[in-house]
Design a protein around this ligand. Structure first.
Ligand code: SF4
Length: 281
């Protein structure tokens, strides 16, 4: 695809990733999609948001990729599952966008976070965009489920300052039931990051009746503590902000009746992480 066709994607910037977006890249020929995945010169983005205070240290610019092979029952952005729901954007264009925010991000001790969807589904694009961000002097982070971590070489991991790793639950069967996939690749990536001395934040979504079992929280806590490079654990309370997306996309949402955890339940989970020697909030 020529560069000009991708430099002005339709309304890339969004107020938040909770905007439902579908088919933005539908017209991109299959050969260009395959080419983009193979080279990483072009990627598919759901949206860009600026001024985030919750996706890594400081104030962040966040790019949300499309494409995810997991099917977490509580996913609040199921429109990001399909790659071509995103807008095609070249690395050159995305880096130019980032460059506009460089000074401000440095002043606010923030940086760039590539989230999703699952950014490592587009691992070539992720590697190139993170390297470009680092070359601009911008702090870099990815938020990932870690499943495709092995696709990044050690050299590609080097410019990553931080990994926000989602650990969804604990135990092989529970994990399969919640996400549809095996937990082991995620744990293997976590161990590899730890061996490389890479800082991590663990993100864990607390869903009453689904992930709030003490055995689950303790299992994740012990594992995270064993890694040695986990700087903090974020206990994220389940919410229903993505419910309308499941309904609008005609997907079977099994958590329609689930509630947000009480502040006491969140604090209890944080307490288990803290007891394992971790910083949790
Ligand atoms: S890994 Fe993230 S984007 Fe993928 S289904 Fe799970 S919550 Fe959704």
């Amino acid at each position: 695809m020529p560069e000009d066709a991708t430099v002005q994607p339709p309304r890339l910037e969004a107020k938040s990733p909770f905007e439902l977006r579908v088919d933005l890249g539908k017209g991109v020929p299959d050969t260009d999609v395959r080419g983009a995945l193979a080279t990483g010169d072009m990627g598919f983005l759901h949206s860009f948001t600026t001024g985030s205070a919750v996706d890594g240290p400081g104030i962040r610019v966040v790019a949300w990729t499309t494409g995810c092979m997991w099917r977490c029952r509580y996913c609040h952005n199921p429109d990001t599952w399909t790659l071509t729901n995103g807008s095609p954007v070249t690395v050159t264009r995305a880096a130019a966008e980032l460059g506009k925010y460089r000074q401000g991000l440095q002043v606010m001790k923030g940086g760039f976070t590539l989230s999703g969807g699952e950014p490592l589904l587009q691992h070539r694009f992720t590697a190139k965009l993170i390297a470009a961000s680092k070359a601009l002097g911008i702090h870099t982070a990815i938020e990932t489920n870690g499943h495709f971590g092995e696709k990044l070489s050690d050299a590609e991991l080097a410019p990553l300052d931080l990994v926000l790793l989602g650990i969804k639950t604990w135990g092989a069967e529970r994990h399969k039931a919640l996400t549809g996939v095996d937990i082991e690749p995620t744990l293997a990536f976590a161990r590899r990051l730890a061996n490389a001395g890479k800082p991590m934040w663990i993100r864990f979504v607390l869903v009453p009746g689904l992930t709030d079992d003490e055995a689950v929280v303790s299992g994740i806590a012990d594992f995270a503590a064993s890694l040695g490079t986990v700087q903090r654990v974020e206990v994220l309370p389940f919410h229903q902000l993505g419910k309308f997306k499941w309904e609008r996309l005609g997907l079977d949402y099994t958590l329609a009746e689930a509630r947000a955890p009480s502040s006491e339940a969140s604090e209890r989970a944080c307490g288990i992480f803290r007891a394992a020697g971790l910083t949790a909030n």
